[in-house]
Design a protein around this ligand. Structure first.
Ligand code: CA
Length: 286
């Protein structure tokens, strides 16, 4: 198979504190993402380079667009529905209201429109203080994984038979058998392990060939892994060390969009990384 040399460019020069959760909206050629640090939601229209920023009454940490066009999100106050016109929210449920140090983190829709999202202890990073939840279309909330330290990347195989999950502090990707009809997960097994020196595995997406693309926080890279072989097969250097997440979009879904952060960098590191916090696009991948 011919391997191309990917080209990384700045899509939007922006100083996000904690850029995260990119989603591509193909009908409008827009990228949407959040800045968890600033408590803002952004969109960028790739047809005219227009950028807009939204602020909601709660801090949004991940969002998704449902088939009916409405947006669902998780926040520091649990699951909410978003009203972009009025920059307002509707509370859905907050299973961790009694845990003031916890907030939601990454979240994504599965193929049936159920919203999966997990939590973490934002204050102390306490081990196993978070959980992974699934909010079903009828409003039922289920705990899917009971002990999670830093709930992050989520992805499903194209046949919807495998679910991939990253709890960052495990430095691994765990695969589960996935039952698309019920959302049940079973048979967890580690498919990829990372050396600590590579950085923390963070957000994740899957490409058309079933390969996983994983952002490395502190690693300055997005890596592409084959989950069947358990091997890193490609990597892309990003001009910012705190790489947070990535998603495919653009024409023919062949562009990888990458979010980054300024959080956790010293003044000196920020001087050396003037693009930290920007949104990048990677082309010439396929
Ligand atoms: Ca993340």
């Amino acid at each position: 198979m011919k391997q191309y040399t990917p080209i990384i460019e700045t899509l939007f020069d922006y100083q996000a504190q904690l850029g995260e959760g990119p989603i591509w909206e193909e009908h409008h050629c827009r990228l949407r993402w959040v800045d968890i640090g600033a408590g803002t939601v952004h969109f960028f229209d790739t047809t005219n380079n227009e950028h807009q920023q939204y602020k909601f009454p709660v801090r949004i940490t991940a969002l998704a667009k449902r088939k009916d066009g409405r947006y669902i999100a998780v926040s520091d106050c649990g699951f909410v529905a978003l009203d972009f016109c009025n920059q307002d929210i509707q509370f859905i449920t907050d299973p961790e209201r009694g845990k003031p140090n916890n907030r939601f983190n990454d979240g994504k829709l599965d193929g049936q429109g159920r919203f999966w999202a997990g939590t973490m202890d934002e204050v102390y990073g306490a081990r196993a203080a978070g959980k992974l939840y699934m909010l079903d279309n009828d409003g039922t909330l289920m705990i899917k994984i009971n002990s999670v330290t830093c709930s992050n990347g989520l992805a499903w195989s194209h046949n919807w038979e495998t679910f991939y999950f990253i709890d960052s502090l495990t430095y691994s990707v765990v695969a589960y058998d996935f039952d698309a009809s019920t959302g049940a997960i079973s048979n967890p097994r580690v498919v990829i392990e990372f050396p600590i020196a590579s950085g923390l595995p963070d957000g994740m997406t899957i490409d058309r060939d079933g390969m996983l693309w994983i952002a490395l926080w502190g690693g300055g890279k997005v890596i592409c892994c084959d989950p069947l072989l358990g091997e890193v097969i490609r990597h892309i250097d990003v001009p910012a060390s705190h790489v947070t997440s990535c998603t495919f979009g653009g024409l023919r879904n062949e562009t990888l969009f990458v979010t980054t952060a300024r959080d956790g960098l010293t003044e000196a590191e920020l001087l050396n990384q003037p693009l930290a916090g920007s949104i990048f696009k990677v082309t010439n991948i396929f």
